[in-house]
Design a protein around this ligand. Structure first.
Ligand SMILES: Cc1ncc(COP(=O)(O)O)c(C=O)c1O
Length: 448
């Protein structure tokens, strides 16, 4: 019997993330990648506008990463990292991270991805407060439009409501506040505080409403990614740190996207001169060549973990924590990022991308263009004066997505916000081409 084609077999045997059967009928079967380019089954090349899913920072087709994995698999493919066991790549990676991470974050636990990292952070925050004799401090405050993954607790922290309804009830103890979304956040008209201060003070209001004795941690992405690349005003994060300190609330930075250079610095909060108590990472640490994530904890939390009595052990674990192959790939990837100066390059390319996208602002339906480092968003609106959105039934976002693909650019949108977060090795002319394609596609869908 002849073999069915790829897409028929895909539909027969696979369930996809955010599964939609009709999307699979015309899915790309990605077969190859090199640099910032992806190639599908028809041999058509696409500029990878989102570096995979924000993760392929060093670009596609890196032999060096494959070699690092093969070497490690040949030597020691797997070993437990449960207490009493360890391995050299994990030790070396943790030591290396301590060198590039925030000054007060020097101890690391590894996971297989972003949601597992956030789950680990929530549990560690609760654990710390229980050790400190404050067992009621268990709630996590996060933000509308925040994306933190979709395991049950991470989904409950995620502030994009479309992820919830078919999986409710959500995990109790998760609270959301508005985002510091400069384009849409309406401060009070007679308020003398800046918008950044007002948005940060929503955290204080939530803590007081819930009761400070019940709040374990605040969780936020330094720059919100999947929710539409939302960049907070510069005075937001320092005030968030102050509020967390005032009410003994831990600050968890979800740096799953912003970690490892995306904002033009190694980690995203550095720009604001503050440090988190817990840092969550994944994606860029291996450029997506191996599923690896983790958390970094402050020296205070590390000391608490070390000093806990046996009956209060941190009973948290993953089979693949400290995976020697993942850690070896991460080390090789960090070596590439350092050797090729990719953090600085992300900053430079990001400035070029943002400046280019800003030239699209004259279009009557481009409401906002924003970004930091190599992550940018272009928000399309029905009416610029009122900032009114298009009705979802007009499917503006999906139509723009289709138009960009026809022209050889592939990325993702949040509603009608077109997100761009390319690989750090994208060339200047490829960046310029992405801007041109997006501009042409917006005109093709919405008129000149
Ligand atoms: C900021 C952030 N946190 C967490 C996650 C979840 O990561 P994963 O899909 O690896 O669970 C993502 C994924 O896009 C993310 O962007």
């Amino acid at each position: 019997m002849p073999k069915l084609d790829d897409l028929s077999r895909d539909q027969a045997y696979l369930v996809h993330s955010l599964h939609r059967r009709e999307a699979q009928a015309k899915a790309h079967v990605w077969v190859r990648g090199h640099g910032a380019v992806l190639v599908d089954q028809d041999g058509k090349e696409y500029l990878d506008g989102l570096a995979g899913l924000w993760n392929v920072v060093a670009g596609h087709g890196r032999r060096e990463l494959a070699d690092a994995a093969a070497r490690q698999m040949t030597e020691l493919a797997y070993a437990s990292s449960y207490a009493g066991s360890t391995n050299r790549p994990a030790i070396e990676l943790a030591e290396r991270l301590a060198g590039i991470c925030y000054r007060g974050v020097n101890r690391f636990f590894f996971t297989s991805g972003g949601a597992e990292s956030n789950e680990s952070a929530f549990k560690t925050a609760r654990y710390l407060w229980k050790l400190a004799g404050k067992p009621d401090k268990s709630k996590i405050v996060s933000r509308v439009w925040g994306y933190h993954g979709v395991t049950l607790a991470a989904m409950s922290a995620t502030g994009i409501a479309s992820y919830w309804p078919m999986f409710e009830p959500r995990t109790p103890g998760f609270v959301h506040i508005e985002s510091p979304y400069p384009y849409r956040f309406q401060g009070a008209a007679d308020d003398t505080r800046t918008l950044g201060e007002q948005a940060a003070d929503l955290l204080e209001a939530a803590i007081l409403r819930e009761g400070p004795e019940t709040v374990a941690a605040f969780l936020g992405e330094p720059v919100q990614g999947a929710g539409g690349v939302i960049v907070a005003p510069d005075d937001y994060w320092p005030r968030i740190r102050e509020i967390c300190d005032r009410y003994e609330v831990l600050l968890i930075a979800d740096e799953v996207i912003t970690g490892f250079g995306r904002t033009g610095q190694w980690f995203g909060l550095a720009r604001y001169g503050i440090e988190p108590d817990i840092l969550c990472f994944a994606k860029g640490i291996t450029s997506g060549y191996f599923p690896l994530g983790g958390i970094g904890v402050s020296d205070r939390i590390a000391a608490a973990l070390d000093g806990a009595a046996e009956d209060r052990t941190w009973m948290h674990a993953f089979t693949y924590s400290g995976h020697p192959v993942g850690c070896a790939v991460a080390l090789a990837n960090l070596e590439i990022i350092e050797r090729e100066g990719l953090v600085e390059r992300a900053g430079e390319l990001g400035r070029r991308l943002l400046a280019g996208l800003r030239t699209l602002s004259s279009h009557p339906h481009v409401g906002d263009v924003r970004g930091l480092g190599l992550m940018c968003g272009v928000e399309l609106v029905a009416d610029k004066a009122s900032k009114a959105e298009f009705p979802p039934s007009e499917k503006v976002g999906p139509r723009v997505h289709a138009a960009t693909q026809e022209r050889g650019l592939f990325s993702r949108l949040r509603g009608d916000v077109y997100n761009l977060a390319p690989c750090f090795v994208t060339t200047e002319s490829q960046i310029d081409r992405m801007i041109d394609i997006l501009g042409e596609s917006i005109c093709a869908v919405l008129g000149p």
